[in-house]
Design a protein around this ligand. Structure first.
Ligand SMILES: [Fe+2]
Length: 346
C-alpha cells in the first residue's frame, strides 16, 4: 500500500494520499487548495492516477482542493450527503463504501464538529477528520456543530473500534502525526468525562476565537461544483424535464456513469447502459465499448450520473476523443428524480 500523510503548515491540515500499488488508482482525503500542485507532482512521481478526492466535512480553516483536483485530474469529488457544498460528484452516507482499485474505506457518519462530519475506516486505521483529534476533539460551536452529537460519534462509534486502530486526524497543531483509539481513550483530556452532560459543558466553555479565514473559506467551500453552463450553451445539456421527455426515444442512448453501489441504492433509468466513470477513457477509445456502441447504433449518447459532474466531464472527454454527438443530464439522476422522472430499482 502507498500511504502518504501530507501536511499544510498554514492551516495545520493533514491530507492523505492512498493507493494500493504504484501505477494504480489513488485517492486523496482532505486536500488543501494551495497544495494541489504538490499533490499532482507527487501523483506523477509515484505514477498514480487520482480517481477520488474526498473531504471529511466542509472545512472552515482552509479552502478544499476538491474542485481544483477535479479540474486538473478529472477525478470524482466526494462528501457526505449532509454537506452544503453545491455540487460534488458523489455523496456518501453511513455504511457506504468508497472504493478504488485495491482499497476500500468504510464510511462512518460521525457528526458533532459539523453536521456533515464523516470518518473513514480503512482496515487498521481510521481517518477521523475533525471529530477526534490527537489529545483533542474538533470544536462544536459553529456549522451546526453539536457537542451532544459529537459525544455520541466518539464514545459510541469511534471508541468502539479496536484499541490498536490507528487514528489519523485532519489536523494537528502540536506536531503529532498519529495515535491509536486506545491511547486517545486513556489520555485524550476531552474524553476523561463521566457523562454526556459533562462533555457538553466542557465543549461549551472553550471560548475559542473563530478561524481567521472562516468568512472567506466556508463560502468558497460551498461552491466547489463544476460549472456546467458551458455545456448548456453548446447544446450538450438536457435539463431533467427534457431528459424525461426523451425517455424511450430510439435515437438516444442513456449511459449511467455511476458505480454499482450507487445504482443499487438510488435506482437507475430504463434502458440505460452502465459504463462506470473511472474507465471512461478506455470506453471512448477506438475499440472501446461506448465508441463501438455509438458507431453501431448511430444514437446520441446521453450521459448521466448522480449530480451531473461526472457526466459533464464525460461529455468533454467524449469530445476530446472525437465523439461529438453526446450530451448529459444536468443535475444527474438527483434532478431527474426531483422532476418526477421514473426510476428503476433492481
Ligand atoms: Fe473542521
Amino acid at each position: 500500500m502507498i500511504f502518504r500523510q501530507l501536511f499544510d503548515s498554514v492551516s495545520g491540515t493533514y491530507s492523505y494520499l492512498l493507493a494500493s500499488r504504484p501505477g494504480g488508482e489513488a485517492m486523496i482525503l482532505d486536500p488543501v487548495l494551495e497544495k494541489a500542485e504538490r499533490y499532482c507532482k507527487l501523483l506523477q512521481e509515484l505514477d498514480l492516477k487520482l480517481v477520488k478526492a474526498v473531504d471529511t466535512h466542509l472545512h472552515a480553516d482552509h479552502v478544499t482542493g476538491l474542485g481544483e483536483l477535479r479540474d486538473r485530474t478529472h477525478c470524482i469529488t466526494i462528501m457526505g450527503e449532509q454537506s452544503k457544498a453545491d455540487v460534488v460528484s458523489m455523496r456518501v452516507a453511513d455504511g457506504d463504501k468508497i472504493t478504488i482499485e485495491g482499497l476500500a474505506l468504510d464510511v462512518m457518519y460521525t457528526p458533532g464538529h459539523t453536521d456533515d462530519s464523516y470518518s473513514y475506516l480503512m482496515g487498521d486505521r481510521v481517518f477521523t477528520g475533525d471529530t477526534l483529534l490527537i489529545r483533542g476533539t474538533g470544536r462544536t460551536d459553529f456549522q451546526n456543530g453539536s457537542a451532544r452529537a459529537q459525544y455520541d460519534s466518539i464514545f459510541n462509534r469511534l471508541l468502539k473500534l479496536p484499541e490498536e486502530t490507528l487514528v489519523f486526524p485532519a489536523h494537528d497543531y502540536k506536531g503529532d502525526t498519529v495515535s491509536t483509539i486506545g491511547e486517545e481513550k486513556r489520555y485524550n483530556p476531552r474524553l476523561q468525562v463521566r457523562s454526556i452532560d459533562e462533555y457538553i459543558e466542557l465543549m461549551g466553555n472553550l471560548n475559542l476565537p473563530n478561524p481567521k479565514l472562516m468568512d472567506v473559506v466556508i463560502p468558497a467551500n460551498m461552491h466547489v461544483g463544476l460549472h456546467q453552463d458551458e455545456l448548456e450553451k453548446q447544446g450538450r445539456s438536457l435539463n431533467a424535464r427534457q431528459a424525461i421527455e426523451s425517455l424511450g426515444r430510439t435515437d438516444v442512448l442513456l449511459v449511467d456513469l455511476r458505480e454499482s453501489g450507487e445504482r443499487a441504492k438510488h435506482g437507475t433509468l430504463s434502458g440505460a447502459l452502465h459504463a462506470p466513470y473511472p474507465s471512461i477513457d478506455e470506453s471512448l477509445k477506438p475499440g472501446g465499448m461506448l465508441r463501438e456502441v455509438a458507431a453501431a447504433s448511430g444514437r446520441r449518447i446521453v450521459f448521466f450520473c448522480a449530480y451531473g459532474e461526472r457526466s459533464a466531464m464525460a461529455v468533454k472527454a467524449a469530445c476530446e476523443a472525437g465523439l461529438a454527438n453526446t450530451a448529459h443530464i444536468a443535475g444527474g439522476i438527483d434532478a431527474w428524480k426531483k422532476a418526477g422522472g421514473p426510476v428503476l430499482h433492481a
